[in-house]
Design a protein around this ligand. Sequence first.
Ligand SMILES: Nc1nc2c(ncn2[C@@H]2O[C@H](COP(=O)(O)OP(=O)(O)OP(=O)(O)O)[C@@H](O)[C@H]2O)c(=O)[nH]1
Length: 397
Amino acid sequence: MSEKKRGFFGRLFGGKDADEAQPERIAEAVPAGLETLPEPQPDAAVPAGETTAEPVTAEAEVPAAAPAREPVAAPVAARAPAPLPETPQPAEKLTWFQRLRRGLARSSSALTEGISSIFTKRKLDQSMLDELEDILLQADLGLDTASSITERLGSGRFDKEISPEEVRAVLAEEVEKVLAPVARPLDLDRGIRPHVVLMVGVNGTGKTTTIGKLASRLAADGKTVMLAAGDTFRAAAVEQLKIWGSRTGADVVARDAGADAAGLAFDAMQAARDKNVDVLLIDTAGRLQNKAELMAELEKVIRVIRKVDPTAPHDVLLTLDATTGQNAMNQVEIFGKVAGVTGLVMTKLDGTARGGILVAIAAKHGLPVHFIGVGEGIDDLEPFSARDFAEAIAGLA
Ligand SMILES: Nc1nc2c(ncn2[C@@H]2O[C@H](COP(=O)(O)OP(=O)(O)OP(=O)(O)O)[C@@H](O)[C@H]2O)c(=O)[nH]1
């Protein structure tokens, strides 16, 4: 529970715990979180300098509104208009755990309501455990975790009453058991400079948004950050990143939409070296994991990065959209093979009743989970804590 009391960067850096329609993805809108970003801190500003590919410095103008739709790179076909995110209402400041609880509300109420309807002053029998197992599976917790929960509840307790609270406590304990080994902070203090982080994932999973939020937090922590707008496929992604760069004082290395992503990554690597920044965050275009050609392009980006620094990228983060459910499993597998994913960021846990998918992924792949996102706001991305997540999803505390 101490997790709740520690600051973001304590947990991040020092903690002991420690459709075939690829082109149809468009989210041109400036994410809601941008409006709530702090102004650049003078101390955190990266000095303007020459980068080979159109660097955008902290002094750059911030567009007043969401960037206009721009002509997109050749392969982009018809696009459906994306709704603008709602402007967040000024609200009372919630703690991270409150936001986590709120974000996981759909997942947790599906579980807790189901549990309350089964365990109603009846003596435990097999049919109740079967019903419970169904609910756990519907929440995407995975067969292994669902079975260990029902087995634990069943052992020696048949014909005895068992309360919903007890069931929820067992649920939380079993979920925490699975998640604790994967809840690991992203360590950017390994003495590497520039520390290169490559962000990969399927379209719209939140790569650009996550980079922006991370950049903002890193800059606030006094680190120098450079952003590489490697999503050359989507014009609006480049704009989005430039805005984040302006607000956080980070240089942005960008080219026009449609440019070669590997070339852009190469330029960014050199620029980051020349400027001796602490962290280089490289965005990539979203790609479906079953598109061989796009996955080959990603491999090329990595090969080119290694021409500048054979040890890079030092972290390859895969963003997973919790609302995609079981397909996320497949994404972990393929991106893992192609890009050597070192850690996960699960976003949009607020948009699903099946947030248990994180547990199933942890049980199956054992990859570190560095962050989870429970909303579009700047504060809705935090380092991952197994206990907080387990308690929130089980409706405890
Ligand atoms: N509700 C919710 N929305 C999120 C979260 N994270 C990101 N988003 C939204 O998801 C949408 C897509 O995010 P992007 O960051 O543009 O996704 P991307 O992976 O960079 O997209 P591509 O570049 O097209 O692959 C935006 O509207 C974000 O504001 C989250 O945790 N919760």
